[in-house]
Design a protein around this ligand. Structure first.
Ligand SMILES: Nc1ncnc2c1ncn2[C@@H]1O[C@H](COP(=O)(O)OP(=O)(O)OP(=O)(O)O)[C@@H](O)[C@H]1O
Length: 229
């Protein structure tokens, strides 16, 4: 496949994925594309995310590829720009054929990231970031997208809980859900062969340095291609 390798970024909620990404996008403008459908579905705001602003303003960047959805276009929205509008039958059939990396249902409508949309980001000479959970990671493993698999982990459960509480974005119920899921995620990340690199986000600058080191080859590839085109 042509273009820079995509990057899978996974890890428990609150581990610091968005914080690290924000730094990366700021330092390397025009190098990354983004895929956020699962996260959008969890944040219950996929429409906003595609336009670049999630419900808590975490993603102040434009997605460089549209998600597929079965929902109807709203006035002013354009097919291929805001979303790829597809029928439920088509999307379900595509999912069954394994053409989607991830999909989720929100308010009765399906949303998803197709392999083709990740390829489209690569074709634009952008590194596609897939910010996905373990289920998504396993789905990507069955594709030929050949990403760099990065796991971001918190230093400890106690610190994760404190960061999530301090972030002030979760109800007690959703906080507990995230902590339960985090425990499982932290265990899985230790399994050999799943991730190319596991970064423990204790000191932010150190963690960011490690993330940059892991991606620098692809970043340079994009920059070099940009210079020569
Ligand atoms: N190294 C760090 N030291 C201290 N605080 C941090 C560090 N990294 C991130 N944080 C803080 O921890 C909180 C959680 O980080 P962030 O929102 O980036 O996590 P996330 O993995 O993207 O979570 P989610 O998957 O829920 O979006 C934020 O308030 C962030 O400012």
């Amino acid at each position: 496949m042509a273009g820079p390798r995509p990057v899978v970024l996974s890890g428990p909620s609150g581990a610091g994925k968005s914080t690290l990404l924000k730094n990366l996008l700021k330092e390397y403008e025009g190098v990354f594309g983004f895929s956020v459908s699962r996260k959008c579905a969890l944040h219950q705001s996929p429409g906003n995310c595609v336009k670049g602003v999630s419900y808590r303003n975490k993603y102040l960047i434009a997605c460089s590829h549209p998600l597929d959805t079965t929902r109807s276009p709203r006035p002013g929205e354009e097919n291929g720009k805001d979303y790829h509008y597809v029928t439920r039958e088509y999307m379900q059939a595509s999912i069954n054929k394994g053409e989607f990396i991830e999909s989720a249902v929100f308010s009765g409508n399906m949303y998803g990231t197709s392999k083709a949309s990740v390829q489209a980001v690569k074709d634009k000479n952008l590194i596609c970031i897939l910010d996905i959970d373990m289920q998504g990671v396993r789905a990507v493993k069955t594709t030929d997208l050949n990403p760099i698999y990065v796991s971001i982990q918190p230093p400890s459960m106690n610190i994760l809980e404190k960061r999530l509480r301090d972030r002030n974005t979760e109800s007690e119920e959703s906080l507990q859900k995230r902590l339960d899921a985090a425990q499982v995620d932290m265990e899985i990340s230790k399994e050999p062969g799943i991730f190319d690199i596991v970064i423990v986000n204790d000191n932010l600058d150190d963690a960011y340095g490690k993330l940059k080191d892991a991606l620098i080859e692809e970043i340079k590839k994009v920059q070099k291609n940009n210079l020569s085109s």
